[in-house]
Design a protein around this ligand. Structure first.
Ligand code: 2F8
Ligand code: CA
Length: 137
């Protein structure tokens, strides 16, 4: 048994999907306290796996999950939590929009929001969302 209970293994990583909600920072701390971090999506295959798991596990309509991607350091420069730059991305059409038009709210953290390949949205880091933690095996 490589993964502990509540974690599931895929492609050399172990994942935990949390239905409780928190800010991006608190979610990241939560994942780190478990020995991992917010998920880093390395490929289309991994993106599709996450969507599939959310579809089969989550019975309500709340599909907004924080992932480990932010441009908090430099606006417009998206970095994964391990410091690596964004390569392949899966933004919803029109995103990231940095909350343009939304009361001047900046949107520096990324959540997986839709059950479609193009599913990422930038939203305010303080907004509550579910989260996906990962541990590299
Ligand atoms: O229409 C896209 C827009 O939708 C929401 O704002 C109305 C999102 N806000 C939050 O999730 C808090 C925006 O991020 C998104 O761009
Ligand atoms: Ca947005």
């Amino acid at each position: 048994l490589i993964c502990e209970e509540g974690w599931e293994e895929h492609g050399g990583k172990s994942y935990k999907f949390l239905t409780s909600k928190a800010s991006w920072e608190d979610s990241r701390s939560f994942c780190r306290d478990l020995g991992g971090d917010l998920v880093k999506i390395d490929s289309r295959e991994e993106q599709e796996f996450l969507l599939e798991r959310i579809k089969s596990k989550i019975n309500d309509d709340e599909h907004v999950f924080w992932i480990g991607l932010t441009d908090s350091e430099t606006e417009g420069t998206w970095l994964w939590v391990d410091g690596s730059p964004l390569d392949e991305s899966f933004w919803i059409g029109g995103e990231p929009n940095n909350g343009v038009g939304l009361f001047g709210l900046r949107e520096n953290c990324v959540a997986l929001k839709r059950l479609e390949l193009q599913s990422w949205n930038d939203q305010p880091c303080s907004s509550p969302a579910r989260r996906i933690c990962e541990i590299s095996l």
